[in-house]
Design a protein around this ligand. Structure first.
Ligand code: FAD
Length: 311
């Protein structure tokens, strides 16, 4: 299923990065098709309080809905399914869904985000963005004076737990693993600063409507908590880009230059999938617009380009 139509750009992902890229590309008068799986980090329940211009915060779902509406008012087409494969055919890229819908593009923007490894218990999704978070930059401020459980099983996680003391003195670290991976030095720091390290696994939670009351432990007992911060990491959704020959970092993120070019001509990347740090809506929007601008530039004929810009 497909047509001979060749879009100027195929955008993979309809979160903040992909929608920012699509809006900007359409405003360059380029034809754009967005493939979107509809999930990702911008699909949970959180209200963002650090995105400028919204004094009362902005629900990420509302943000995404409004951004999608903004794109839909422009000539941006959508396929509400994930692309399952992307390949190069001659001077074009071809993206295909698992159901066989396919489209051709002269450029591709990967804005596929990451997949978080949140604790797995019945109903966990209803808590994410309400009382389960992962990012101290985004949501540390909400924990002031509250009881938090930091799910972490390495030194980086232990150090982040120590940073939470900036907001609250009620911090507990839970390994959520059969064997604890926090090293002796960090363990010592945690103990010295009154942070309990619990070596046990999550059996479930006590709470309602996404609001946590306590974490239930496999060996019995509970940890009372207002918030749980999961520092179990995430997997960048970068396999399709790698299949096209895009370089990835040791952690699996798509490597780009400052203008969001990958090492493969015609292929760009934006948002959480490009970096280990600064996973923020503002960064995703910035990178999406930058990727669109660079992709647009690459689509001009040679005689339309300025000497001082690189292709
Ligand atoms: C609980 C929580 C709280 C947060 N709080 C804040 C905050 O307060 N402030 C802040 O700035 N940020 C916050 N963030 C982070 C922010 O949501 C992310 O940085 C942002 O969503 C990244 O945007 P993105 O477009 O790169 O990725 P995403 O929003 O994850 O979107 C990626 C999209 O790509 C789609 N996709 C994946 N693979 C494919 C494919 N093969 N084909 C087509 N589509 C595909 C996914 O379905 C998804 O729709 C929070 C995140 C979470 C989970």
């Amino acid at each position: 299923m497909g047509s001979d139509l060749v879009y100027d750009a195929l955008v993979l992902g309809g979160g903040p990065a992909g929608l920012a890229a699509a809006v900007q590309l359409a405003r360059f008068n380029r034809s754009v098709l967005v493939f979107d799986g509809g999930g990702g980090r911008s699909s949970y329940h959180q209200v963002n309080h650090n995105y400028l211009g919204f004094p009362g915060g902005i629900s990420i779902r509302d943000f995404r809905r409004a951004s999608r509406e903004q794109a839909a008012r422009l000539p941006v087409a959508f396929i509400d399914e994930e692309a399952a494969a992307v390949s190069r055919q001659g001077s074009c890229f071809v993206a295909r869904t698992a159901a066989g819908i396919q489209a051709n593009g002269r450029t591709v923007v990967f804005a596929t985000g990451v997949r978080d490894r949140f604790p797995d218990f019945p109903g966990w999704e209803s808590y994410v963005g309400r009382s389960i978070f992962w990012c101290i930059v985004c949501d540390g401020y909400s924990t002031r004076g509250r009881r938090i459980v930091v799910v972490a099983n390495d030194d980086d996680g232990g150090v982040t737990a120590l940073q939470f003391l900036q907001f609250t003195s009620h911090v507990t670290v839970l390994s959520n693993a059969a064997q604890c991976g926090v090293g002796a030095k960090v363990r010592g720091e945690l103990q010295a600063r009154g942070i309990r390290l619990v070596e046990d696994e999550i059996a479930g939670v006590l709470g309602h409507d996404g609001i946590l009351g306590a974490v239930q432990l496999k060996r019995g007992g509970t940890l009372e908590a207002d918030y749980l911060f999961s520092l179990q990491g995430s997997n960048p959704a970068s396999d399709l880009a790698a299949g096209l020959g895009c370089e990835r970092s040791a952690l699996g993120y798509i490597v780009t230059d400052m203008e969001q070019r990958t090492n493969v001509p015609g292929v760009f990347a934006a948002g959480d999938v490009t970096r280990d740090l600064a996973h923020q809506v503002a960064t995703a929007v910035h990178e999406g617009i930058t990727a669109a601008t660079t992709a647009n530039y690459s689509l001009y004929a040679a005689w339309q380009r300025h000497e001082r810009y690189r292709e």
